[in-house]
Design a protein around this ligand. Sequence first.
Ligand code: NAD
Ligand code: TYD
Length: 363
Amino acid sequence: MILVTGGAGFIGSNFVLDWLAAGQEPVVNLDKLTYAGNLQNLAEVQGNPGHHFVQGDIGDFDLVRGLLEKHRPRALINFAAESHVDRSIHGPEEFIQTNVVGTFQLLEAVRAYFAALDAQEKSRFRFLHVSTDEVYGSLAKDDPAFKESSRYEPNSPYSASKAASDHLVRAYHHTYGLPVVTTNCSNNYGPYHFPEKLIPLMIVNALAGKPLPVYGDGQQVRDWLYVKDHCSAIRRVLESGRLGETYNVGGWNEKPNIEIVHSICAILDQLRPAAGGKSYREQIAYVADRPGHDRRYAIDASKIEQELGWRPAETFESGIRKTVQWYLDHTAWVENVQSGAYRQWIESNYQDREASAPHRSHA
Ligand code: NAD
Ligand code: TYD
């Protein structure tokens, strides 16, 4: 048995689906089901006796302690978090509550559980904390990519809260001997990605004939990794990662945002040509930039490759094509997540930006 937190979100649900499809041991899936959590992501494993879903908060010490005592997992993988930078700018409190206080309570529950395990159980147990490259801050154009030894310099309330959680996880290893490993991954994309993030937002807006809002000059660089590759890296680290270590996970695939948007438009132009022979590119609209927008992230993933033999299986070209096709094939899922609450968010994030958009030509 393993315990997964946040397993109804984007990466967590992909992880649970892949884990069970590979015939691994049963999963207890603890998720609060915030706006980002969606049981439809887990429809494939509904009724599977290997999947036990529990709605609840990682910050609920008694609940987590009870689940640990009852199911006695050999590992806990912590995906649960508030994860969207723009939302953290609009309202940072939830980020502190879940990412910092929630992780603290989770660690406390695990510490109590771990202390009572026998020696053999202790030697097997792992706490794997899923984190982000954003904790390292922003790079200039020619700076070397982030290494595990790079300084933490978080710039948004989101990345600051993730940095705080990483520090707590580290401290529980050094102080209490908790067997932890942390992964710091670059931007993911793929199936079940909530359409508030760049790639799914561009796909669903393009198909709906809406503007494709590119922040600032669109030259911000991110490293992109197909979500299934992130999941395989996590499995690898769980299996063989060294205790107390951190592993950077990335796709060796740095691209400016505008190039990502152009790629999506080109694939859609092929797979679902718009009426009148127009390219989806014509929908690109530059809008006001994100405050404190990090210019560039880049991951040096050579440690995980050299120590654990992990490399991504997908190229960006293969992964983005699969992703666009997935959204074309799952219109019911998209419609379902675009509920009233989603529409409110889109309005509050984009209305003012359009009003103060720099006047620039499209594409
Ligand atoms: P997501 O927002 O899609 O999913 C988060 C999940 O956590 C949701 O199901 C939500 O309901 C759940 N959750 C939120 N607060 C909770 C709480 N207090 N208790 C229990 N469950 C709670 O996020 P994601 O993109 O799947 O990211 C998962 C993890 O990976 C996060 O820790 C994130 O920081 C990290 N990460 C994400 C990316 C990325 O590109 N998406 C990259 C690197 C790291
Ligand atoms: P996002 O998917 O929110 O991930 P993160 O901020 O964690 O990297 O954004 C990816 C990049 O795309 C980031 O530089 C911000 C930019 N972006 C836009 O240009 N327009 C948008 O509508 C969104 C959501 C993001």
